[in-house]
Write a protein that binds this ligand. Structure first.
Ligand SMILES: O=c1ccn([C@H]2C[C@H](O)[C@@H](CO)O2)c(=O)[nH]1
Ligand SMILES: [Zn+2]
Length: 134
């Protein structure tokens, strides 16, 4: 599964976003180390902060199915620049993604930007930081 195909998956699933409030659909596609693809869309709520982003929906679906190791994630929205994942999603990604895991961001005009997990969230709080309290 190359970068373009994963972005295409994210673009297709984006149609399923539940976005009655923002009208801002986002799609994500996550490739597991074992080759499965998990797709996610943003799911909003009348209680706005309860909304979950497309990236986290994809990751949570995969984790609930027993996948913890990931190759890469692609995310797409109708933005001027490739859509930057929000801070909450970066933190959730950092729980599961190795620092060198590539994250492909894209927009509908075909612009893409690939960043590693470490570039997206440097000096992140990790499970290792809890180890002193075990
Ligand atoms: O990377 C992003 C940025 C935003 N959103 C969602 C959250 C909300 O539903 C809407 C507007 O912020 O877009 C995502 O799903 N992923
Ligand atoms: Zn987010």
């Amino acid at each position: 599964m190359n970068k373009e195909k994963l972005i295409e998956k994210a673009k297709d699933i984006r149609e399923r976003a539940y976005v009655p409030y923002s009208k801002f659909p986002v799609g994500a596609a996550l490739l597991t180390k074992s080759g499965e693809i998990y797709e996610g869309v943003n799911i909003e709520n009348a209680a706005y902060p309860t909304t979950c982003c497309a990236e986290r929906v994809a990751i949570f679906k995969a984790v609930a199915d027993g996948h913890y190791d990931f190759e890469t994630l692609a995310v797409i929205a109708d933005t001027d620049r490739p859509v930057p994942p929000c801070g909450s999603c970066r933190q959730v990604m950092s729980e599961f993604f190795a620092p060198d895991t590539p994250v492909h961001t894209a927009n509908l005009s075909g612009k893409t930007k690939t960043m590693t997990m470490a570039e997206l969230l440097p000096f992140s709080f990790t499970p290792d930081d809890l180890s002193k309290h075990e």
